[in-house]
Design a protein around this ligand. Structure first.
Ligand SMILES: Cc1cc2nc3c(=O)[nH]c(=O)nc-3n(C[C@H](O)[C@H](O)[C@H](O)COP(=O)(O)OP(=O)(O)OC[C@H]3O[C@@H](n4cnc5c(N)ncnc54)[C@H](O)[C@@H]3O)c2cc1C
Length: 457
């Protein structure tokens, strides 16, 4: 492994990558495999903690393509076979969404893993393939940004020079903030409270290996088995509603658990910390995603609500895409202008696909359709295909029209019920806290059907 710590040097690298998370490491592997000189500049020392521990079948396929499946399986992980989803009141069984039902040729499994392990595995692979790394020494400023002449100033004052830069700095969004292109999406201003626990009751029978998504009126929980013992537990709440919860932020996970019957039951004998970690989970975009000399990938480009566990997959495939385009540029097969345009279009298209998927989740009518299980004309299989990441490189027609139909059905159902109506469980109501306007309208995001369907069962 070639490791430079805190030095910087006057060599001209083909590509400098800011950030060694999954997006940056995937880009580095792609470039190093093609023989190009890559320098990853990473602010922290790995292993380091990150949230985002559940992956899609598409991520497994990408790891196979990069020759990393064996490494993955040699680390502690949990095979993920699907998702179970339902409301937090426990009045009905959770709905089973199995990756076996995808409509495209795809892996039928994914995995969950601690990010400290996963991210280090990828970063090590990048350096083993020939990428250099400067760790524990972040980028302080971008001093020049032109294809052929990129200059970065590191925290220790040294300079890095490269022909192109990939910004993979995650939520720090170094370039987006510097260029003032980072725009927060008002409808997804959420906060997440989370921790790791042992002794959490896991799905059994035909659901072994399933992650759980439990929905409440004010947000949703994840239960993600990470290995034999440990389960990642978190709750995502609208930031405006979170202010209504009158306990300190680092005690809100326990508060939410107490006020959600399904989760409280699963965690009756759980062992873990009393306090929780907190992260702001605001969706944003930093478009344009490429320009003169630069490419944005992963959370540095855009962050979309984590409900369907799409972040790392979109980031890694974006890193792969930027790496492949830059390989073509460095080998004289593509102009940098074209590569930049293509990357922007690619990222915009896939981000929009996932945004639609996420928008639908925050629509109560859509939730009612999903928990009903099988839809007509295999519409449910279109949803599962998208949840497995079967949207790359494009959404197949047989998936697309069924997905559009599901959207139409949700709109119709919000006016004239076509499946049973469900009153969503409310943690605030259970805790005896009233929550009328101004929160009414923001709960469940842009839901068109919530109030119309509020008649309950
Ligand atoms: C609550 C929550 C739950 C989530 N759950 C999931 C999930 O289940 N599945 C999923 O796929 N995704 C999930 N995500 C999203 C996922 O965590 C991210 O999409 C993913 O980490 C993006 O990877 P990345 O490589 O782009 O960024 P990161 O993993 O954040 O890596 C960026 C790296 O850049 C480095 N860096 C930052 N600034 C600098 C600098 N100035 N100089 C040098 N280096 C710098 C950082 O140290 C870091 O190592 C979740 C996110 C949240 C908030």
């Amino acid at each position: 492994m070639k490791t430079m710590t805190g030095t910087g040097d006057d060599r001209m690298h083909d590509v400098a990558i800011i950030g060694g998370g999954p997006s940056g490491a995937t880009a580095a592997i792609t470039l190093a495999d093609a023989g190009h000189s890559v320098l990853i500049v990473e602010k922290e020392e790995f292993p380091r903690f990150r949230i985002g521990e559940s992956f899609l079948p598409k991520t497994l396929e990408l790891l196979q393509e990069m020759g990393l499946e064996e490494q993955l399986r040699s680390h502690p992980h949990w095979v993920k076979l699907g998702i179970e989803i339902g409301f937090g009141d426990g009045r009905a069984d959770l709905t089973r969404i199995s990756f076996e039902d995808v409509m495209v040729k795809s892996e039928h499994q994914a995995f969950n893993m601690r990010r400290s392990i996963f991210d280090k595995m990828l970063l090590d692979a990048a350096t083993e393939r020939g990428a250099e790394i400067s760790s524990g020494n972040g980028v302080r400023a971008i001093e020049n940004l032109t294809a052929g002449d990129v200059r970065l100033r590191l925290e220790d004052g040294s300079e890095v020079r490269a022909r192109h830069v990939i910004d993979a700095s995650g939520q720090a969004s170094l370039l987006g903030r510097a260029m003032k292109t980072r725009k927060i999406m008002e409808e997804y201003k959420n906060i997440a409270y989370f921790e790791h626990f042992e002794n959490v009751v896991r799905p059994s029978g035909d659901r072994v290996g399933f992650a759980s998504v439990i929905m409440c009126r004010e947000g949703w929980f994840w239960l993600i088995p990470l290995d034999e013992k440990t389960t990642s537990v978190g709750v995502v709440v609208d930031s405006r509603i979170a202010r209504k919860i009158d306990v300190p932020a680092n005690e809100r996970l326990q508060w939410c658990i107490r006020n959600c019957p399904v989760i409280a039951e699963r965690m009756a004998n759980a062992v873990g910390p009393e306090t929780n970690q907190v992260i702001s989970d605001f969706s944003y975009t930093c478009a344009p995603y490429a320009g003169d000399g630069y490419f944005l990938v992963g959370d540095a480009a855009a962050f979309v609500d984590p409900v369907w566990s799409t972040g790392a997959t979109l980031g890694m495939l974006g890193g792969r895409h930027a790496g492949q385009l830059l390989n073509a540029v460095l080998e004289g097969r593509l102009s940098s202008k074209r590569a930049e345009r293509r990357h922007h279009k690619w990222l915009k298209r896939h981000r929009n696909t996932f945004l639609k998927l996420i928008g639908s989740f925050y629509n109560h009518s859509f939730r009612e359709l999903v928990i009903e299980g099988k839809g007509p004309m295999e519409t449910h299989r279109a949803l599962i295909t998208m949840l497995a990441g079967g949207v790359f490189p494009t959404i197949p027609f047989r998936v697309r029209w069924r997905w559009e139909m599901l959207m139409v059905m949700a709109a119709f159902h919000s006016r004239i019920p076509i499946v049973g109506k469900r009153r969503p469980h409310s943690m605030l109501t259970m805790a005896g806290i009233s929550f009328d306007s101004p929160f009414e309208g923001v709960i469940n995001g842009k839901d068109d059907g919530l109030k119309a369907s509020w008649r309950g069962r």
